[in-house]
Design a protein around this ligand. Sequence first.
Ligand code: HDE
Length: 711
Amino acid sequence: MDKEKNNKKDKKSESMKPFQEDPDRDFLTTNQGVRVDHTDDSLKAGPRGPTLLEDFHFREKLTHFDHERIPERVVHARGSGAYGYFQVYEPMAEYTKAKFMQDPSAKTPVFVRFSTVVGFRGSPDTVRDVRGFATKFYTEEGNYDLVGNNIPIFFIQDAIKFPDLVHSIKPEQHNQMPQASAAHDTFWDFVATAPETTHMMMWLLSDRALPRSYRMMDGFGVNTFRLVNAQGKGRFVKFHWKPVLGVHSLVWDETQKIAGKDPDYNRRDLWESIEMGDFPEYELAIQLIEEENEFDFDFDILDPTKIWPEEEVPLKKIGKMVLNKNPDNFFAETEQVAFCPANVVPGIDFSNDPLLQGRLFSYLDTQLIRLGGPNFQEIPINRPISPVANNQREGYNRMTINKGPISYFPNTVGKGKPRPGTEQEGAYKHYTEKVEGKKIRERSEKFLDHYSQAAMFYNSMSEPEKEHIVKALHFELGKVNSKEIREKVLQSFSNVDEDMAREAAQGVGVMPQSLKKSPDLRETEARKKVSRALSQENTVKDSIRSRKIAVLCAEGFDYGSFMKIKEALMEAGAYLNVISKHQGMLKSAGGQEIEAEKNYETTASVLFDAVLVPGGQKCIQALGMQGDALHFINESYRHCKPIGAIGEGIDLILKSDIPENITLSEGEAQSDLGVVTARDTSSLDNFVGRFKDAVAQHRHWGRESKEQVPA
Ligand code: HDE
């Protein structure tokens, strides 16, 4: 009898496990687990008769389908996720008691979601936008969410303005246009009237807003947080993710073309690199400010529109994150994951940054509507690995089957459990901070300097980067119908740099002479600063790992030299794709065969990092007759990508619009501008070395100041 009872109990607890699909998936069933005999015809009164209400399978299937969508995120709707782990380099006890930051041998599981901000869920990846970089650490002490962006500051200083900002940048109310773009009147109207956006706008107009890959962009916690150690000592902290591959960007013209050729460009890149074992890696770094130094800076350390320049507050690298697994199901994991900056663990605390304070409220609130009630933390992707016990009950979609009658504290019937713990028992204790003040709607004085750091950012850019910002303004403001808004924005931006504002004005019908910085502008020391760390010019450029190289090919190519180069490039971690007029097998001059994986219709130069043209007289003759091949070369050149050609391959480059002196500057690194050629195919090492260097450089901006090549 007892045994039978036990069996029953086991069955019951078995059924309490989270819902799982039958791993064998042999039989189609209803949601009640009843096997279905037919799913292509609804139950009808005769072959031509009406459908019957009693067809429970039909009704269930359609009802589920009708309810398949959930509201997309108000912002950051388009996202891509991945699993991985985080490991600290050395114990961080001096700064924080967070357990997951103590043991260098421990791997803390993480789930990361990258996103664009403005576009709807189905919008293209490569728009000019901020990128979200949200990480959920599943620690033994509970979930910790570092919900960051790839730009270290934000548009506004107080969360109360967030709805206004987002309303202005989303498609306009009357016609729901434009999609996933800041280039329209309402947004620039907001910028013109809210000068606190200026520093962020410099970043958004820069190449940072066009990441080549989620694997090649920074992440920033943006807001100022606090680290607290076991002795209760707190320090202000900012978090940074540094991609091991460096920070690299696309070119504006390229991003727009990719949006058509492959709207999933960044999502695909993340997915494929993980599938191929090229795991994205980021180092976690922190900047720390002692409490006694809080007021030592020419900016307010609580102001989210200001960076802490690395030269003044150095970065300390404390650990590494590796993303090594793709999700199994996009909706269940990437769509249903719920991040919240208020999800912290003991040892990590908040500051009074007014943007952060608002965020601490907003994320939980938004999940209630997006995920349909207060039980979203029970969705597998959101569950902590540490045990959960409290008196919360009921609500939509409750999964946990709580036992017993008690759902209150204090209680005696339940032996006083679950009870609050002490700090020593691992309970979260809020940092004790003295706060005093009058109830006012005001900002701290230093918050009001909106231009100094914007000027520092602009001053820190290389010449090509500055040019990109001006061109971005030509595009963005060029799309603004109101001349008044254009003028107002540029008037404000002349407080950053008069020359920049005037160059921008020339492109958008505003009189450059009318622009002058405000006579009240304070000539702060910060305005004159230059921070090397801000320019992508100084990023990591030492590897070609995971770079995609297109090989333009036709029948009659030189197999021997091509294979040698291919081997060397692949050994260095690059991927090569052979592209030809038609997909399928291609015969070399010597009769060996290779496969062309793509044709000109299924791919384009914009989907590659570099292009290589092998030799072979017949091959080059054929390619020279193909407009698509020449366009491929011209377009790669225009986008400043490395181009390599060996043997007769050079003749194809000579047939393109690339200036002859550049193509023929064999081996002269200064003048080849990333067009690497070698007529002699007998010794390829030199060519391979030069080509690898050119690919590692990512882009060769020197070309932009030369004659433009059509593409
Ligand atoms: Fe967010 N933000 N945000 N944000 N944010 C959301 O939460 C909000 C801000 C960030 O992949 C929403 O779940 C306010 C800064 C990321 O799921 C919402 C303010 C930073 C993601 C929300 C900010 C971020 C969000 C929408 C100003 C960089 C996507 C859906 C006070 C540090 C997370 C959701 C994911 C998402 C509110 C500003 C990063 C509405 C009120 C600054 C990466 O709650």
